[in-house]
Design a protein around this ligand. Sequence first.
Ligand code: AMP
Length: 414
Amino acid sequence: MKRAEDLDVTGQTVLVRADLNVPLDGDGGLRGGAPPGQHNISDDGRIRASLPTIRDLIRREAAVIVCAHLGRPKGDDYAARAAGGPSLRPVADRLAELLGQPVTLAADVAGESASVIASTMAPGEVALLENVRFEPAETSKDDGVRGELAGRLAALADLYVGDGFGAMHRKHASVYDTPPLLPHAAGQLVLAEVAVLRQLTNSPARPYVVVLGGAKVADKLAVIGNLVGKADRLLIAGGMAYTFLAAQGHKIGGSLLDTDRIGEVKAAMDDAAKAGVEVVLPVDHVVADRFDADAQPEIVPGPDIPDGRMGLDIGPATRELFAAKLADAKTVFWNGPPGVFEFPAFAAGTLAVSEAISHVTGLTVVGGGDSAAAVRQLKLPADAFTHISTGGGASLEYLEGRDLPGLTALEELS
Ligand code: AMP
């Protein structure tokens, strides 16, 4: 993959596909834009992660046009989506603050406003296109429809840089269809993320321990399938663990259960056993009578959960067990919180697991999404881990062994 740093960008206009999909608090973002100067971004990690590439392009006197999406705008056409938001206005303001220079926000994605801005930008200036998902074509399944938008995006610039790692697993117009239309290269964030994921995939130092949590079993089954034969231990917790416990014949009360996946879960456990991969499940739980921040936490000392109770976190014995299974690890990949960390009464398991991983001397990778949010919410030092990925879905799909469309598009030589 060509590196953006190797492109000759001086005096050129560069379209940078970044991932600026940050969480927003309050109505401003949802209704289509906070008042100027009022930021309602609750975690600007992805904007910060995009800065090195943008700064490098500015330093080398390129005019930089950033393209990004935010949330999932609803509506059948551009007008409905733009009216409903969210606008990238708060992101433009925050990006300007972090860069220490103005960022012009186009009034559209690849229309009149974007064209005028693109044709009048001076070297070193930065502009941001409006939320690319206002264009229904961005996510269309129709190659021709996506291609038309890609053509309009490409017409804005001389060069393309792909740096939106969190969107790389999407076959979207700005990610997949635009790079072939311009000389292109990968940005620093994408290169850093891929380098870490390659380390996990190609001969990881052993023991290699994978911790999976979160709510959705379905999302994680494919990665489990691919990790069997690669990882030495698989620690499974969070809401997804109850389907595993149910598959083993345990009682799980009213805990999260994906009945349709029990067969696949059994097969995954059989495959792991045959491959000599140790699968470790919770041996005790913190439960409550309802899914609520104010629910009274109770400890259930064994693997079975009585009727009328649901498991919301791993119990103290499981915390110790997981810490012991992580103690000698040389490589760790963690995706998904082991409990409902958003509720303080059920955050102890997530804290214990993240602390245990932070003590590992070796490569430790937090696989984005909710686990990255948990790390930040629990106020653990960012340098407690080797790498916190900006892309949960993208890193999981990479570890599943799937081709990421955005990477495929960048790998093809221009
Ligand atoms: P996912 O997107 O699949 O990684 O799921 C992340 C979500 O899983 C977080 O919002 C957690 O609160 C939630 N979660 C973790 N443990 C549990 C549990 N025991 N029951 C229900 N939800 C859980």
